[in-house]
Design a protein around this ligand. Structure first.
Ligand SMILES: CC(C)(COP(=O)(O)OP(=O)(O)OC[C@H]1O[C@@H](n2cnc3c(N)ncnc32)[C@H](O)[C@@H]1OP(=O)(O)O)[C@@H](O)C(=O)NCCC(=O)NCCS
Length: 183
């Protein structure tokens, strides 16, 4: 049995270890990290197994375009290798997207593999007027529109729009928990 819960402080060490395992120790050098570092996520969810072990994580971050129009950047998403293929990622994604809808967000963006994310409604080629602050493969830049026309309204280089993490300067792991249900 897997539970999807709001991320708690007790999950942070296991989350970071799972992300290191899944993406490598150089994961902080990714361009998408420039939109997350030093900020609090808007949402953060953990998958727990029956023993309370952290077996999955996903977080979503506030970003804004040159005009201040906001969207959510989803990631990283990771599942413990021992639990992959059991729909843990699927449940984390659906929970995260449901929360984005319920809290009135207009769209969700991510950098990832289209063959995985298209099952949740993400598509490529919807963000031609939008860039990220660094090098990246734009074929992997995917969008999901919640409010009609929201993606077409985004323009320019995205910047981090999340609330500053007050303890980020004391941690290189971005330990901040989600500002629960902040729209
Ligand atoms: C991607 C990831 C989160 C999926 O989690 P999961 O719990 O195994 O996923 P689910 O059980 O919901 O779905 C499994 C399905 O997704 C497919 N899948 C997994 N990763 C995929 C990828 N990168 N591209 C395409 N399909 C993928 C599997 O082949 C499987 O297909 P099937 O349903 O036809 O058998 C997990 O494999 C993971 O943590 N990978 C390493 C980190 C990572 O790459 N994260 C971001 C992905 S861009």
């Amino acid at each position: 049995m897997i539970d999807i819960v709001d991320e708690a402080q007790a999950h942070v060490c296991a989350r970071e270890a799972l992300l290191d395992l899944s993406f490598g120790l150089d994961r902080h050098s990714k361009t998408s990290e420039r939109l997350r570092e030093g900020r609090l996520p808007v949402f953060a969810f953990t998958a727990l197994d029956a023993n309370g072990k952290v077996v999955g994580t996903v977080r979503l971050w506030a970003v804004a375009d040159r005009w201040g129009h906001q969207s959510l950047l989803l990631g990283p998403l990771a599942v413990d290798p021992e639990c992959r293929g059991l729909k843990v990622g699927d449940r984390l994604m659906r929970h995260a997207l449901n929360q984005a809808v319920l809290h009135g967000h207009g769209s969700v963006l991510l950098v990832g593999d289209l063959p995985y994310y298209e099952r949740f409604g993400f598509a490529a080629g919807l963000l031609e007027n939008v860039t990220l602050p660094g090098p990246m493969d734009y074929r992997r830049f995917l969008g999901l529109e919640i409010a009609p026309g929201h993606l077409a309204g985004l323009d320019g280089t995205l910047f981090a729009a999340g609330v500053l993490d007050p303890i980020a300067s004391f941690s290189d792991a971005g330990d901040g928990l989600a500002l629960s249900k902040l729209a």
